[in-house]
Design a protein around this ligand. Sequence first.
Ligand SMILES: NC(=O)c1ccc[n+]([C@@H]2O[C@H](COP(=O)([O-])OP(=O)(O)OC[C@H]3O[C@@H](n4cnc5c(N)ncnc54)[C@H](OP(=O)(O)O)[C@@H]3O)[C@@H](O)[C@H]2O)c1
Length: 305
Amino acid sequence: MGVECGVQNDQRVAILGVSGFVGRGLPALLAAHGMSVTGVSRSETGNLPGIDRWQSPSNLDFSGHRAVINLAGESVAQRWNQDARRRLRESRIEVTRSVVAAIRRLPADRRPEVLLNASAVGYYGDGGDAVLTELSAPGSGFLADLCRAWEAAAREAEALGVRVVCLRLGMVLGRGGLAFERLRRVFQWGLGGRLGQGRQWQSWIHLDDLRAAMLHAVTSSSLRGAVNATAPAPERNVDFTLRLAAVLHRPAVLPVPAFALKLALGGFASVLLEGQRAVPNALVADGFRFNFPNLEAALTDLCAC
Ligand SMILES: NC(=O)c1ccc[n+]([C@@H]2O[C@H](COP(=O)([O-])OP(=O)(O)OC[C@H]3O[C@@H](n4cnc5c(N)ncnc54)[C@H](OP(=O)(O)O)[C@@H]3O)[C@@H](O)[C@H]2O)c1
């Protein structure tokens, strides 16, 4: 971005999906680092600390913004019938296309320097035991296809002179997150156990590290392209299960059979039964340091009352 945009504009960031689990704490973090935040939401969610302007996704204007962070997307935690698949695709691919179209409408010297777009380790499909870096090939299946198209839509902004970072998120562990709170409750009741055979790898990241990685990606001009947003130490589901049970001082003796998950959750069960052993090579090479590099430290932090 050119210096002609002025100091104030250079520090403005727009966030789509800001009302969500990952997004809602981000404005306060960015504001603490001297940035102003435009929240983009289908419904202004009122008082989110750090936001001083709102926009509707139907009327995007990123003029003078330093960065755009796109976290929008309907939750994948539902049965994937035909209608749900359409909504999951549209809320990611169409929204990302509209973000890029809004950037394209701007004169070159008013375009953001960086587009930070969410994606997921589901990009790699079922990776088995292979260590997955950003250079690994995409996998197959609904989620892998969705992530590939989502990233391709975001990367259209590269031709507009924008640095694009596609953050492939692992399971985000944080208080208030649906997945983590459900897991914690089930384990606290003593009803926890591995999923299926439990040999699938789980890539995870502590919410604080994820938000710090996003701040890093906004400010580090050397980071671009695909970036695994996962802690450096993925775990097999069976080990994840044992660690969570140990941190909560509860047993983990009730495995959930694969067929029961498939019956209850349909296609979404693949997210739990297939695994990715992703490692954050790009972030580490770019100098990012994790506060919670291993699962025990992350779970101990999150389960402390
Ligand atoms: N949390 C995880 O473990 C995880 C793992 C991998 C990838 N991701 C990806 O990271 C992103 C953020 O995750 P999150 O957990 O914060 O998600 P979230 O809590 O479900 O929030 C996503 C936001 O997307 C917007 N949204 C929801 N449905 C939409 C629709 N049909 N059309 C347009 N916008 C819609 C909503 O914002 P408004 O209502 O304010 O517009 C919502 O606040 C998502 O794209 C998700 O797929 C998350």
